[in-house]
Ligand binder design. Sequence first.
Ligand code: AMP
Ligand code: MG
Length: 405
Amino acid sequence: MIEYLDARALVLGAAKALSSESVPLARALGRTLARDIRAREDIPPFTKSTMDGYAVRAGDTRLSGTGTPLEVELEVLADLPAGRIARKAVGPGQAVRIMTGAPLPAGADAVVMVEHTESHERTVRIRRGVRPGDNIGLAGEDLRRGEIALERGTIIGPAESGMLAAAGLARVPVTRRPKLAVIATGDEIVEPGKPKRPGQIRNSNGTALTAMAVEAGADARYLGIARDRNASLASKLARARGADVLVLSGGVSVGDYDLVKAGLEASGVKPVFWQVRIKPGKPVFFGVRGRQLVFGLPGNPTSSLVTFLLFVRPALDRLLGRSAAGPASMTAVLDEAIVLKPGRTQFLRGCFVSRGPVLKVAPYEDQRSGVLRSMVRGRVLIVVPADAARLEAGCEVEILLMDGL
Ligand code: AMP
Ligand code: MG
């Protein structure tokens, strides 16, 4: 039996980033950048007005800083909407009417907001002075040409796709989605919608694990149920050959019908570890078959989902070349004392009790590994070190986020 962090390190060590592919920008949401993206030009590409108003030579407004209610009248040369270039430079005593986003005309060095002006036929009266640089955005102030806009390993969210568009990319280099196959095992489990006999239960892991894989960015395929017989398992395993990651639920314990470990080894999977000093999820198995990563997760619904989060999730992050391998970890304060049986690192399902000014968490009452309810309501896993017998209210604990905050 090995420790949680050692097991995690073995998984991370075996997971190497997959190759990359190019996808249209519109399909890049949620994907991971396969290389650094540099700005191909300055962003913004020219110095522009950030207000509707008048482009002027700040010196002409002669009011800078004094607040004197002195007014000046400037000659208006032209009207400049966004998307156009001024044909004439702004000379002394002159101004160009300018809209937000239009390139600043040559000669001008500031913009007076329209609210501070009074427009006449060919002239404008300026009621408030400006200093050079007022109400303009400089070329390249967001990004300079050649500068890194987004680093490889970044997950593309809405802001990132906006940045890629600003940088002019129509296609984006991303890592290939890991192909992941899910196999549920057990003689007692029945798919939803199928008739159920006494003694049988619904297969919840097939759906839940596939969903977790999809959420983590995998191209996940559910292969159905292998019964607790060698031949049944072998035929499902054969169908999973092309997958980068294979996830099985159930049958990895020490019961008479727990055939998964032996079945995996018979199909050429080399074991890396079996049994980790954690609760829930102790019987978890990890092995490799060539470049394929194989996880045998315990069948208890909670154990299954927790071990997915602890081991499969970081493996997927690595395969995707993401800059951080999940699950996201942070520190919170325990809202109530917990008493535990020491011996294994525990991952208690819990939730946020308060989000501020201090982040406070509390575990759910029922921590039995068959209780899927605690995962449904859960937001966090509270990590309790193996040697802790009691944690006091108010003490700091590490938490792992099951999803966002
Ligand atoms: P096992 O790991 O196969 O010994 O299963 C442990 C417990 O989890 C047993 O009570 C099983 O009935 C249950 N179980 C196994 N597979 C599933 C599944 N796919 N969905 C729901 N419960 C399951
Ligand atoms: Mg079983």
